[in-house]
Design a protein around this ligand. Structure first.
Ligand SMILES: *[C@@H]1O[C@H](CO)[C@@H](O)[C@H](O)[C@H]1NC(C)=O
Ligand SMILES: *[C@@H]1O[C@H](CO)[C@@H](O)[C@H](O)[C@H]1NC(C)=O
Ligand SMILES: CC(=O)N[C@H]1CO[C@H](CO)[C@@H](O)[C@@H]1O
Length: 188
């Protein structure tokens, strides 16, 4: 209903304006109006911000141009697991990281830290147990759970008894990490 009224209001304006404009200048006007309605389109930059924006846009354009000449190495066109090391080398990423909060707009607590961090920090908690459920999924728990179908193992004790702690941690990380060298053949 409201979009119908909007159309009725806007159309006479466009038609009457269009009559006096060449194709090119009408197109420019439409592009300009679209830019204003985009996210941040009505944010006006200060002189310093304008300078910073020029630097950022220059870096961005450079990376897009490189992507056009070497599409195989263009991170936005790759699986994230393969793109991640390239993203870390990117100038644009480096600039963005320096912004407040590293320009991190939205995150879920289950994905905010690396799997290494979870294994090193969270599974080092005293009296944390590990077991498997009927689907062979690993459960971490501080108390007896009815879902456990395997023996509950105390992780601290297991870690103390293991021959190779880093190998133990790496094995455990596999339970909470989807990482693989060949994601395109393993996840499709
Ligand atoms: C789980 O239950 C068993 C048997 O009741 C008990 O021996 C064990 O200590 C309990 N474990 C935990 C982590 O509560
Ligand atoms: C422990 O395992 C890792 C691989 O997970 C290996 O690189 C390392 O050499 C091992 N350390 C010992 C002391 O065996
Ligand atoms: C117990 C443990 O490994 N703690 C670590 C948690 O993560 C921070 C930052 O990554 C480390 O500095 C701690 O040593």
């Amino acid at each position: 209903m409201s979009s119908f009224y909007l159309l009725v209001l806007i159309c006479p304006f466009i038609w009457s304006a269009a009559a006096d404009l060449s194709y090119e200048s009408l197109r420019d006007k439409i592009m300009e109006t679209e830019k204003l309605s985009a996210l941040g389109g009505n944010v006006w930059l200060s002189e310093k911000e304008e300078k910073a924006n020029v630097i950022l846009m220059h870096a961005k354009k450079k990376e897009i141009d490189e992507g056009l000449s070497k599409p195989d190495l263009y991170p936005p066109g790759m699986h994230f697991f393969q793109a991640k090391p390239l993203i870390r080398q990117s100038e644009v990423f480096r600039i963005i990281q320096k912004m407040p909060k590293g320009a991190f707009l939205h995150g879920h607590n289950t994905g905010i830290v690396s799997s290494k961090w979870v294994i090193r920090n969270l599974t080092a908690q005293f009296n944390l147990y590990m077991c498997k459920d009927k689907n062979n999924l690993v459960l971490f728990t501080f108390k007896n759970m009815t879902q456990c179908v395997s023996e509950m193992k105390n992780i601290c004790v297991e870690r103390l008894n293991t021959q190779n702690r880093s190998q133990y941690d790496r094995q455990m990380e596999k339970h909470i990490n989807m990482y693989t060298m060949h994601p395109e053949s393993e996840y499709f």
